[in-house]
Design a binder for this molecule. Structure first.
Ligand SMILES: [Mn+2]
Length: 430
């Protein structure tokens, strides 16, 4: 029995204000696309099947290592986070899964947590382990690293934690374990770069050995931070080499903010897919580094080009195409629900635009070395305003045409500020 957090009447009321305009815009766009031989309903059907997970930690205000500024009504535990994630999914109809993080989301009964999520219309996505910070009462510190630590007991503790995350994930119905380690060095000479990777691979292999047959282990690379001289899994090259060594169930996860500036991420996507190692994405946007800004807020064209590669990859699966999509952002100055509503819409719109690319025209131009027409095949799709398609798919699924207005009309955050306890000050996640 599902009981969604917002009233269906509220969504119906706000939709009634926008429905006529949406019908007109959808019909006009349908006629325009029809002239190019594209059936708008077929695109809408693909959009209706698209989904992206939201991270449990994204429901709260993030922060930097300098400060965190909580807002009233912010969720304080996994139960309240699930409630907020249910609001996002109820309005957007595109975020039906939540990616949990341990030990942050620890509870005593995971079967009950799974039922609680289901009652809110939610399932669970990839389980994230945390060996980048120490927890109260922990036997061995991660100050020396985790899976690559020089201290055998610390490595074992990190392995055990990852295996515990797999067990929790089984109870939650998850199928992926995402592993990101902060391991690395801050000064030249601090560690032997080759032997650090040896230790990492040896420990990661123990985690891999504990994976159920139908599970994947997703390696998330990150160029720098918290280690500012070298990271053990620093880039997609290190990631794919490790994934290849660990085995078929290990794939690479691309967080859009975890690269050197101006790296061609869409090409990385094509490379990883070529070798069967494209496991998933963490969507966000970046101006300078791992900024974790809202998806599509800085470089929406890059996001489109990434989805262009993803649509191409799906058409040429080369033995498999099943990337796990998640939003991974730090909402420092916005209401996290609003940021995720806005981001989910931006991500879905880029997917919809990529579906509009005339693949025959693109491939013909590519094979004929007609550079300008190849580029124009992409440009024509990118410049289409697909918002009526995304909004129509959302409305037909029971969501809101205008997600942000409906959310504000619901007064959700104000109501929660009366009910929830205040979040403490301090530094946030980075
Ligand atoms: Mn990430």
């Amino acid at each position: 029995m599902t009981s969604l957090p917002l009233s269906a009447d509220l969504i119906a009321e706000t939709n009634a204000r926008d429905a006529v305009a949406l019908e007109e815009d959808y019909a006009a766009l349908g006629r325009k696309l029809d002239r190019s031989g594209i059936a708008i309903d077929a695109v809408k059907a693909r959009v209706a099947n698209f989904s992206v997970a939201v991270p449990s930690w994204g429901a709260g205000r993030g922060g930097t290592r300098f400060a965190k500024f909580p807002i009233a009504g912010e969720p304080t535990d996994i139960h309240e986070k699930l409630e907020d994630c249910a609001v996002i999914n109820q309005l957007s109809r595109v975020t039906p899964r939540v990616s949990p993080h341990f030990p942050w989301d620890k509870v005593s009964d995971y079967g009950a947590l799974r039922e609680e999520a289901a009652s809110l219309g939610l399932g669970f996505d990839a389980v994230n382990s945390n060996t980048f910070q120490d927890q109260p009462g922990q036997a061995h510190s991660y100050a020396t690293g985790s899976l690559s630590s020089t201290v055998a007991e610390t490595r074992q503790q990190a392995v055990d934690h990852n295996i515990e995350c797999i067990e929790i994930g089984r109870q939650l119905g998850a199928k992926d374990l995402t592993v990101w380690v902060g391991d690395g060095t801050n000064l030249p000479g601090q560690q032997d770069l080759a032997r650090s990777l040896d230790r990492y691979l040896d420990a990661a292999a123990q985690v891999y050995a504990a994976l159920p047959d139908d599970w994947r282990m997703l390696l998330e690379h990150k160029m720098f931070e918290p280690a500012f001289y070298s990271s053990v899994i620093s880039d997609w090259g290190s990631s794919i080499l490790a994934a290849q060594e660990l085995g078929d169930k290990c794939q690479c996860l691309v967080d859009l903010g975890h690269h050197a500036p101006n790296v061609n991420i869409e090409q990385i996507v094509a490379r990883l897919h070529r070798f069967g190692k494209l496991g998933g994405f963490h969507f966000n946007d970046s101006k300078y580094g791992d900024d974790d800004l809202d998806s599509g807020s800085i470089n929406p064209h890059q996001l489109f080009l990434i989805f262009n590669e993803l649509v191409e990859a799906e058409l040429h699966p080369r033995g498999g195409f099943n990337p796990s999509y998640m939003i991974d952002q730090s909402h420092n100055v916005t209401d996290p629900i609003e940021s995720m509503l806005s981001s989910a819409e931006a991500i879905t719109q880029c997917f919809a635009k990529a579906l509009l690319v005339d693949r025959d025209a693109l491939h013909t131009a590519q094979d004929g070395n007609d550079t300008m027409m190849a580029f124009q095949a992409l440009r024509r799709a990118y410049t289409v305003d697909v918002s009526p398609i995304v909004a129509m798919a959302r409305m037909e699924a029971g969501g809101a045409i205008d997600v942000l207005t409906a959310y504000r009309d619901s007064r959700w955050r104000e109501r929660k500020s009366q009910e929830r306890k205040a979040v403490g000050l301090g530094a946030g996640i980075v």
